[in-house]
Design a protein around this ligand. Structure first.
Ligand code: DX5
Ligand code: ZN
Length: 218
């Protein structure tokens, strides 16, 4: 069993002190960077210039979550910036297989994200094109929301398909992950856990990461 991966989301960090905030999560497996454009989701965060600077100073690998329209046009530049993984929403892509191949060709791991209401079934035959499948466990757009248990069967379905076909795809969950909900997500088959408020809302983010990691390990 692979070591459980915790990826804190800087959406819950202090955006004016990003370098210091990255230092507080140096024991994380990756740092989750939420890019929002106020079109794909009703919220706006940061774009490529800021992500490039984060990439230059971060002690842990970057895991970008692109919640943007026209992602086929924008995502490759994030891979070119040297990010470890780039995740696009399938709902925003006109050509998800082509995009996943483009990301890999540029040296990034390719991740594909599904909103809570998007079924996984139509995409099970393209798993080999991906390194990561992100199953959103809240509606994308904001931190601090409650975990949607209705997404658990989708995680299980994806896990079965991955196991059945023998492909090497990690299932990531994002939204409402806490010391309590992480167990349910892990039992359903998730192996990478994004946590914003549960990490940055803690008095000691490093300790919160250790606790989540212990609970996410089955
Ligand atoms: C929501 C973002 C998440 C968010 C998670 O659209 O994709 O990454 O930061 O925040 P929590 O862990 O607080 O639900
Ligand atoms: Zn996210």
């Amino acid at each position: 069993v692979a070591r459980c991966c915790i990826s804190p989301s800087i959406l819950s960090a202090d955006f004016v002190n990003l370098q210091a905030e990255l230092g507080r999560i140096a024991n994380a497996d990756a740092v989750h960077v939420d890019v929002m454009d106020n079109h794909f989701v009703p919220n706006l965060t940061i774009g490529l210039p800021v992500v490039q600077r984060i990439q230059e100073v971060s002690p842990v690998p970057l895991d970008a979550h692109l919640m943007i329209a026209e992602v086929d046009r924008w995502a490759p530049a994030y891979a070119d910036a040297g990010l470890a993984s780039v995740t696009f929403h399938v709902e925003a892509s006109n050509a998800p297989i082509k995009l996943a191949r483009e990301l890999r060709a540029r040296g990034a791991k390719a991740g594909m994200a599904l909103r809570p209401a998007t079924p996984v079934e139509p995409y099970l035959d393209m798993l080999a094109e991906l390194d990561m499948l992100l199953i959103m466990t809240v509606e994308p757009g904001f931190g601090g929301q409650s975990f949607l248990d209705v997404t658990l069967p989708k995680i299980r379905r994806a896990q079965q398909a991955i196991e059945g076909s023998g492909v090497d795809v990690a299932i990531q969950v994002d939204g409402g992950i806490t010391e309590e909900t992480i167990t349910r997500a892990a039992e359903a088959g998730a192996t990478m856990f994004v946590a914003g408020s549960a990490v940055y809302g803690a008095a000691d983010p490093g300790k919160a990461i250790e606790l989540l990691r212990a609970k996410g390990q089955l």
